[in-house]
Unconditional design. Structure first.
Lengths: 323, 247
């Protein structure tokens, strides 16, 4: 960031990406895909952006983020079935539950860094996953929490039904727009720049007076809360919540999305990563059940030859122009 | 009056004693030096004084308050800054942002999640003033890692100055510099002297003896001599050591 140059809240690339997404329902079926895939892509793009706040912007290698996504999914369903079937309330509970989970984990791991931080995130992720499987009476165990409804959006003056995938897509797009705007502001705020400083040099950040562990804890809570929001949307989209999303391999998916897309170097990298990941699942998956083998190879090649990810190839010039 | 005092500091790593009964005192407004051979415990001493290591015994007093065992960030907020022997910058930041992130105004806005960073004109002006002080005003928009070595050393000092310290610890600021770079740095430290209390660890005896008001010699983790540069030149141990020959 250069001296005192203000960062615009809206950038041309931001508006272009939102508009491009807004056209998806118009052509996605014409290219042989399906409307629900668009919903999934947006949910996972939101999740990957939330995750990248920790990995890409703060340099904290969390490998247990599935726990927060899953907490959000379960919290959304449980709130709907036990408190009130109100969309805003249920999404709020999803965010709150995941943020509390994040705070709990952060309290134990924020004094750690590097490999110790990573291992502890895996361990906590496994603890949440195990609890989800074993708490059959609450979560439905391996059978999952079923009969989660797609609740209508009550705006006071109007009510919008989300049963249709296209309607749900535009609701999720609205959430995605808000989340990307907030994250854009956040990474350019004093808080965001301090995180970036901590990512580069934790020791120096401490010696200029920053309580590093508080910032590391705060960003994990924020990221967990937004991951929980994505999890809540996913539960609504799937009409169910399963422990699978909390497993280690699901946590690995979001890491791959962030890295393949170029989350380490570009703001939009995780979105690109989510698109590539889910398209690979469906397109390569149409030819072979071993799609992950080919996707894994792509991951290996990228890490070896282009560690900044696809974003380094395609999105970096866009990000540079946006600034 | 002493701004900073260390009383009988003792530290061991495993079975190796690295600091033994180290007592130091730094007067307000003066430039104090610490010298000693490689491995003598000078940087370890700095690390204890600035909170990186907690001493096993002894006390550290700053402005009359006991700060022993406090964290580096708590000590930094009291007004003690340091530079590092090995370069310790925010390499992905511009030169400007390296300084701006260390300003107390940025620290105070650390909970601002949505506002614009470095938006205040006063903050920008202050960062530029510090960069001008160390001779980096024209490099403000350059990336920190693109700077030549000597200018990175100057930026190290600028980052430390940004926190508006009452006491500045400089750990081997001339390390790796050629004679030109060393002369520029000596000029910078000379200008800072009087504005802020400075403590310098230095191997370059010409640099240290030319600037310091008083010097402590550390060897084997102990303070073996203390005095003005003239007194130390006459000290038998210093005279017989390689350090004395260099001075």
């Amino acid at each position: 960031m250069q001296k005192g140059r203000p960062i615009p809240t809206l950038t041309p690339s931001m508006i272009a990406i939102w508009l491009a997404f807004a056209t998806v329902p118009l052509w996605i079926e014409k290219v042989g895909l399906y409307q629900y895939l668009g919903v999934e892509i947006l949910i996972f793009a939101t999740y990957a952006m939330a995750y990248n706040l920790v990995l890409g912007h703060s340099g904290l290698p969390s490998f247990g983020h599935g726990a927060f996504f899953g907490l959000g999914a379960y919290a959304f369903g449980l709130a709907q079935q036990n408190i009130a079937p109100d969309l805003w309330l249920c999404l709020g509970v999803a965010v709150g539950a995941a943020a509390i989970g994040g705070a709990l984990v952060a309290a134990f791991i924020s004094h750690r860094r590097g490999i110790y931080y990573s291992l502890l995130t895996i361990a906590f992720g496994q603890v949440f996953w195990f609890i989800a499987i074993k708490s059959h009476a609450i979560t439905g165990g391996e059978d999952g929490l079923l009969k989660i409804e797609r609740l209508p959006v009550r705006l006071g003056f109007a009510t919008l039904e989300l049963r249709d995938n296209i309607a749900l897509f535009y609701f999720v797009l609205a959430v995605f727009v808000v989340v990307t705007l907030l994250l854009w502001r956040l990474i350019h705020s004093p808080f965001g720049r301090i995180l970036k400083a901590i990512k580069q040099n934790e020791t120096r950040a401490r010696f200029v007076g920053y309580d590093v562990w508080r910032y590391k804890a705060a960003v994990l809570v924020l990221s967990a809360g937004l991951s929980g929001l994505a999890g809540g949307l996913f539960a609504m989209a799937q009409s169910s919540a399963f422990p699978d999303v909390m497993s280690l391999h699901y946590s690995g998916y979001v890491v791959m999305m962030a890295l393949i897309g170029g989350g380490l170097v570009t703001f939009w990298g995780p979105v690109l990563g989510a698109i590539v990941f889910l398209l690979a699942r469906d397109v390569i998956g149409a030819f072979t059940t071993g799609w992950m083998l080919w996707f894994g190879l792509l991951f290996v090649i990228l890490v070896m030859y282009k560690p900044e990810g696809l974003g380094g190839l395609f999105l970096r010039p866009l990000s540079a122009r946006a600034r | 009056m002493a701004l900073f005092e260390a009383h009988k500091l003792h530290l061991r790593f495993g079975d190796r004693v690295v600091l033994e009964e180290v007592s130091l005192s730094f007067e307000t407004g003066k430039l104090s030096g610490i010298m000693g051979p490689n491995g003598a415990g000078k940087t370890t001493c700095f690390n204890v004084l600035t909170g990186h290591y907690k001493p096993d015994r002894g006390h550290v007093l700053f402005d009359g308050a006991d700060i022993t065992g406090r964290s580096p960030q708590a000590i930094a907020r009291l007004g003690i800054a340091r530079s590092f022997q090995l370069m310790n910058l925010f390499d992905e930041f511009t030169v400007f942002e390296n300084v701006a992130i260390a300003l107390p105004q940025t620290r105070k806005r650390g909970r601002d999640l949505l506002g614009q960073a470095y938006a205040e004109p006063a903050l920008v002006a202050e960062a530029h003033e510090i960069l001008d002080t160390v001779g980096l005003g024209a490099r403000a928009d350059d990336n920190a890692k693109a700077l030549p070595y000597g200018e990175r050393r100057a930026l190290e000092i600028a980052v430390a100055l940004a926190s508006k310290p009452k006491l500045l610890f400089l750990d081997e600021p001339t390390a790796g510099l050629g004679s030109d770079g060393r002369d520029r740095l000596a000029e910078l430290v000379r200008r800072l002297k009087g504005q802020v209390t400075i403590v310098v660890i230095e191997h370059d005896m010409e640099f240290l003896f030319g600037l310091a008001d008083d010097i402590s010699v550390i060897h084997w983790g102990q303070v073996i001599a203390h005095g003005s540069p003239a007194e130390l030149r006459a000290n038998p141990w210093v005279k017989n050591s390689n350090l004395g020959k260099l001075a």
